[in-house]
Design a protein around this ligand. Structure first.
Ligand SMILES: NC(=O)C1=CN([C@@H]2O[C@H](COP(=O)(O)OP(=O)(O)OC[C@H]3O[C@@H](n4cnc5c(N)ncnc54)[C@H](OP(=O)(O)O)[C@@H]3O)[C@@H](O)[C@H]2O)C=CC1
Ligand SMILES: Cc1cn([C@H]2C[C@H](O)[C@@H](COP(=O)(O)OP(=O)(O)O[C@H]3O[C@@H](C)C(=O)[C@@H](O)[C@H]3O)O2)c(=O)[nH]c1=O
Ligand SMILES: [Mg+2]
Length: 293
């Protein structure tokens, strides 16, 4: 199987690249060669690589900055996603598009199902939601995978921020009233691969649609931070005490959903695949970062 992945240095793109083993070809292309906002560059990449599936994790992911750069966020997350989906459709290739828990308002008191109403609280979430709609409209064989709170050894993420700040500080204040599920990048990559294999094995199956794919379990950002420092301390790495605060105590340009827990039962039933717990991901991530694996 050959997979074309958009973006080269993104967390999920790099986790996917790590799965290029056993004759599996994973070609990650980013700017300037492949630019989501340049349809011709996507057509050219597809013509050159001739993939069985296109995976689109590339996105504008700066949640706070998006509030003041709405046009740039929509150009990539909506227009760019549509470009990738329609270029794949023109070549009769399925697309796996990555989306986010931030399409929800967070007002619900239980995990969100795919059938629940969306209601993004910020520009990033709104641009990703518009991207989902355009991808589903542009390609009849599209899977939209909503994941959340991604952490990995690569790029920028909350776990790496905690380790960096934890080095110099004894106490960190972290919001304890936003609930969700941290999800380890390599586990996301394995889930994406399961979808790609399913799509290629059963091209006319009933799999197209939206799915929630996150790790097992749930926590808050403060709970995540505590778990990171507990495991880091146990390995002799940086650690700090976590002081739980409220969202009101930590003002940011973008409002985040207070609850963005996602119900993954549809994903598990369709693709016969489930993701390990977020806690197990922390240990595996720290092991990569401290060079012990
Ligand atoms: N990070 C998270 O916590 C979560 C992410 N998601 C979604 O998962 C996906 C992957 O996230 P993640 O790996 O963390 O993202 P990153 O921010 O790590 O990487 C995004 C990548 O997209 C690339 N990119 C941006 N604009 C363009 C463009 N116009 N053309 C080509 N490439 C472009 C960037 O390239 P460059 O280096 O050139 O800027 C970068 O490599 C995204 O769709 C995101 O919305 C969903 C839930 C949580
Ligand atoms: C660094 C830091 C953050 N926070 C808060 C701010 C915010 O409410 C929450 C998370 O902060 P971040 O800015 O790291 O996370 P954020 O950029 O909101 O992460 C999101 O990224 C996008 C791309 C997604 O799709 C989402 O699933 C989600 O992962 O933690 C603290 O309370 N204390 C801190 O020291
Ligand atoms: Mg951030």
């Amino acid at each position: 199987m050959r997979i074309l992945v958009t973006g080269r240095d993104g967390q999920i793109a790099r986790c996917l690249a790590d799965l290029a083993v056993n004759g599996r070809e994973i070609v990650c292309l980013g700017r300037p060669e492949l630019d989501l906002t340049d349809r011709a560059s996507i057509d050219a990449a597809i013509a050159k690589v001739r993939p069985d599936v296109v995976v689109n994790p590339a996105a504008y992911t700066a949640v706070d900055k998006a509030e003041s750069e709405s046009e740039a966020a929509f150009a990539v997350n909506a227009g760019g996603a549509e470009n990738v989906a329609s270029a794949a459709a023109a070549a009769a290739i399925p697309i796996v598009h990555i989306s986010t828990d931030y399409v929800f308002s967070g007002d619900k008191d239980a995990p969100y199902a795919e059938t629940d109403e969306t209601g993004p609280t910020g520009v990033y979430g709104a641009s990703k939601l518009e991207g989902e709609r355009r991808v589903l409209a542009a390609n009849p064989r599209a899977v939209v995978l909503r994941t959340a709170w991604v952490f990995s050894p690569y790029g920028n993420n909350f776990l790496k921020t905690m380790l960096r700040v934890g080095k110099d500080r004894d106490v960190l204040t972290v919001v304890a009233d936003q609930h969700g599920t941290p999800t380890y990048g390599p586990d996301i990559a394995a889930g994406i691969l399961a979808v790609c294999e399913h799509a290629v094995a059963d091209p006319e199956g009933a799999w197209p649609g939206v799915y929630h794919m996150v790790a097992e379990g749930e926590t808050t950002w403060a709970g995540f931070a505590e778990a990171i420092f507990e495991r880091s301390r146990a390995r002799g790495g940086p650690s700090a005490a976590v002081e739980p605060i409220t969202t009101a105590d930590y003002p940011t340009p973008a409002r985040r959903p207070p609850n963005s827990r996602l119900d993954t039962s549809k994903f598990q039933a369709t693709f016969r695949h489930s993701l390990p717990s977020w806690r197990s991901g922390i240990d595996r991530c720290l092991a990569v970062l401290d060079g012990s694996v």
